[in-house]
Design a protein around this ligand. Structure first.
Ligand code: 6GU
Length: 267
């Protein structure tokens, strides 16, 4: 996968080169290029913003530097014209242009999975009040444009949100995570939260590890873990259990028992 990021704070993205994602970049599983939006300005002050038409607080990111940056990214990734002239069909998919914005579609694990199959992602990190809307409209010709929020709160710019999305997506690329089983087992992968986990010592400051985990009975441990996942999900994220038709009778029993013992429900 190729990922391009455009930002006025390219140093923000340096953290992505650490740890597992950095290793994936070093191994060539992931190509990451970070571009400074100001490199696509030509006035003495490298201006990227201006006041909003119609009035109002704050500043708006000017369209032209974005258009030049996106043209640059698109051209850098294109095969030579001779390679495409004889091609049949629709040709390669458009790169996906993700525009971090609190006004976007809410990013979740399902979207992370969808995006992890893409060939090319581009993140346009806005600052100030956002980017001139015409950039998004114009970019639809060459990109699949996806305004995307990471949750219902406000950040100062798209950099941190882009890092969140890039980490969530790139760890799903085959080979990026050493042990693919850890992907299958974790929270959200099947819409339930993770079970509680423990390591040595078996008793720590007077707190013992649940007995069953020391039993060696793998079927009983698996059932215990599923029960804890169901309870935890019912307690902190009941919304994740709405409209689920894939829970078995035992799952329902665990949830019913949990609900009838929950003081928040019985009072
Ligand atoms: Cl993606 N960007 C900004 N600026 N604020 C946000 C956000 C994104 N998601 C939630 N708040």
């Amino acid at each position: 996968m190729r990922i391009d990021v455009v930002s006025i704070f390219p140093d923000y993205l340096a953290g992505l080169r650490l740890s597992l994602i950095g290793k994936a970049i070093d191994q060539g599983l992931l190509g990451l290029s970070v571009h400074d939006l100001r490199d696509f300005t030509f006035d003495r002050h490298n201006t990227v913003d201006d006041s909003p038409y119609g009035g109002g607080a704050g500043m708006v990111m000017k369209a032209e530097p974005w258009a030049l940056a996106l043209d640059h990214i698109r051209q850098a990734g294109e095969p030579a014209p001779a390679d495409t002239s004889g091609s049949l069909g629709a040709g390669p998919a458009k790169p996906i242009l993700i525009v971090p914005s609190p006004a976007g579609e809410v990013f979740d694990q399902r979207i992370a999975e969808e995006l992890s199959a893409a060939e090319h992602l581009v993140f346009a990190c806005g600052r100030y009040e956002g980017i001139d809307q015409r950039v998004l409209d114009w970019a639809r010709e060459d990109f699949e444009v996806r305004p995307m929020s990471i949750g219902d709160y406000v950040l100062n710019g798209g950099e941190v949100a882009s890092m969140v999305m890039i980490e969530a997506v790139s760890r799903l690329i085959p080979g990026v995570i050493g042990n693919p089983e850890s992907l299958a087992e974790e929270s959200h992968e099947d819409g339930l939260l993770e079970y509680p986990i423990y390591t040595k010592p078996a008793v720590w400051r007077g707190h013992a590890v649940p007995e069953i985990l020391l039993s060696g009975n793998h079927a009983a441990i698996a059932r215990w873990r599923r029960d804890r996942r169901l309870e935890r999900t019912a307690e902190v994220r009941p919304d994740l259990l709405d409209d689920r038709d894939d829970l078995n009778a035992r799952d329902r029993e665990v949830l019913d028992r949990f609900e009838s013992s929950d003081p928040a429900v019985t009072e």
